[in-house]
Design a protein around this ligand. Structure first.
Ligand SMILES: [Zn+2]
Ligand SMILES: [Zn+2]
Length: 379
C-alpha cells in the first residue's frame, strides 16, 4: 500500500503520518454517509471514542475509509468525527483496504493491535461496539474472552425475578380491573415473550395487530400443561402514550419508565424495536428473534425452540416442493422465481409485508424485488 499520510479531524486539519499510529490500537472504519445503518453506528462510535479519550486512552485511534460518493459528502460526514481519515482522493488506498480487510457489509470495523499480527486482528468491531461499548477496549482476544464469559454467566443466572422486578416492585401491570397487579413469580414455568416497543415507532404500530392475533391463537391452541404470556417493555416517551399504547394490548406490562427497562434492553442487546425476546419455562433465553419467527411462521413458531424451528424448516422445504417455480405478483411487473438459500436466496426484506425473511422466497432476478411465498398475491 502506498499510503503515507491520513487527514485528521476537520477541527485541527492536520496531515498525519502513518508512522504516528505505531504502538497504537487502530480501528479501520469503513462507512458512508448515505447509508443510514452507518450513520446510526457512527453516533455510537463517536461516543465510545470520546469516552476512551476522556479516560486518557491516547493509545487508540480510528481511521475512516469512506465510501462517500463525492468530496462534499465526505467532508460533511467527517466533520462529525473526531478521528482520522484516508484522504477522499486516495482511491487506490481505499480500494486496497477494502480488499485487505474483506469488507462484507457496512458499517465495518477492523481492530489492529500494535504488533500488527493477523492472529490478534478483530474483524467484528461493529458487533463488539454494539454489544459491549467501551468495555470492549482494548479490543484484544483476551478482553473478548472475559466479556463472553461474563455474558455467559449472566445468562446462566438469569431468572424472571431478577429480570423483571426491582427492589420496590415485584409485580407487572395487567388490564384486569380486579387484579391490576400480577406477581412476577406467577409467570414462572411459562413461555414468556418480552415485547420491546413504543407507540412512536411506525414498524411497532404496524406489527402490533399481527402480534395480538398470533398471541390469541397461540393461547387458544396451547397444550393443557403449558402457558404463554407477553410482557410489554415500553420505550414510550411519556406516560400518556404508554397508557394509550398498552391499552391496545391484551397482555402484561412493566410500569412506564421503570429502571429495569434499560437493563433489559442492554441485557438482551436490543438494537431496534419492535423486538420480541422469548424466554422458556426454565426462565432462560430461547431466542431474541421472536419478531422474525412470528413473521415467518405465525402462531406455528410457538414455543420458538430450536427443535420446533428445525421441524418447521423441514416442513417448509416439503411444502416448497409443491409451490410453482415462478409466479406473478400484483405489485410487480416481472415474473418472480422461487428461490431457496441454496439457489440464490438468502436474508431479504419482503417487498410486500416489509418484514425480514430468509430461506424460500419469490425473487425478481431483474430488479431484486422479493417476497415471502405466503405474500404472493397472484395477478
Ligand atoms: Zn412478506
Ligand atoms: Zn422486477
Amino acid at each position: 500500500m502506498k499510503i503515507i499520510w491520513l487527514v485528521s479531524s476537520t477541527v485541527d486539519k492536520r496531515k498525519v503520518k502513518i508512522s504516528e499510529l505505531q504502538g497504537k490500537v487502530v480501528g479501520i472504519y469503513f462507512s458512508a454517509n448515505w447509508y443510514s445503518p452507518c450513520r446510526k453506528f457512527n453516533e455510537l462510535l463517536i461516543n465510545v471514542y470520546k469516552q476512551l479519550r476522556s479516560q486518557g486512552h491516547n493509545d487508540f485511534e480510528i481511521v475512516l475509509v469512506s465510501s462517500d460518493e463525492d468530496i462534499s459528502a465526505f467532508n460533511n460526514y467527517r466533520a462529525s468525527m473526531p478521528w482520522l481519515a484516508v484522504p477522499y482522493s486516495d482511491l487506490e488506498t481505499k480500494k486496497a483496504l477494502n480488499q485487505t480487510f474483506d469488507v462484507e457489509a457496512m458499517p465495518w470495523l477492523v481492530f489492529l493491535q500494535p504488533n500488527n499480527d493477523d492472529a490478534t486482528m478483530l474483524h467484528d468491531g461493529v458487533e463488539l461496539i454494539y454489544r459491549y461499548g467501551i468495555e470492549a477496549f482494548p479490543f484484544t482476544n483476551e478482553r473478548l474472552e472475559i466479556l463472553h464469559k461474563e455474558q455467559k454467566e449472566k445468562e446462566e443466572s438469569q431468572t424472571l425475578v431478577n429480570l423483571l422486578t426491582n427492589h420496590d416492585r415485584n409485580y407487572l401491570l395487567s388490564h384486569d380491573s380486579l387484579s391490576p397487579q400480577v406477581a412476577v413469580t406467577s409467570l414462572q414455568g411459562k413461555t414468556i415473550g418480552l415485547y420491546f416497543s413504543a407507540q412512536w415507532c411506525l414498524p411497532c404500530v404496524k406489527f402490533i395487530p399481527k402480534l395480538i392475533s398470533i398471541y390469541q391463537r397461540i393461547k387458544q391452541n396451547l397444550p393443557q400443561e403449558e402457558d404463554f404470556e407477553i410482557v410489554f417493555v415500553s420505550s414510550d416517551r411519556d406516560e400518556a402514550s404508554f397508557q394509550s399504547y398498552f391499552g391496545t394490548m391484551p397482555w402484561l406490562a412493566i410500569p412506564f419508565g421503570d429502571p429495569c427497562i434499560k437493563d433489559l434492553a442492554k441485557h438482551f442487546d436490543v438494537r431496534e424495536i419492535p423486538s420480541l425476546v422469548i424466554l422458556g419455562p426454565d426462565e432462560k433465553t430461547v431466542t431474541k428473534q421472536g419478531r422474525y419467527l412470528i413473521n415467518l411462521y405465525q402462531e406455528n413458531a410457538y414455543p420458538f425452540t430450536e427443535a420446533r424451528l428445525e421441524f418447521l424448516e423441514k416442513q417448509m422445504d416439503e411444502e416448497a416442493k409443491s409451490l410453482p417455480k415462478s409466479a406473478f405478483h400484483q405489485r410487480h411487473q416481472h415474473e418472480l422465481n422461487l428461490v431457496s438459500e441454496s439457489t440464490g436466496g438468502g436474508p431479504f426484506i419482503c417487498c410486500d409485508c416489509e418484514e425480514p425473511g430468509s430461506g424460500w422466497a419469490y425473487q425478481c432476478l431483474e430488479c431484486g424485488f422479493e417476497v415471502h411465498p405466503k405474500c404472493v398475491r397472484p395477478v
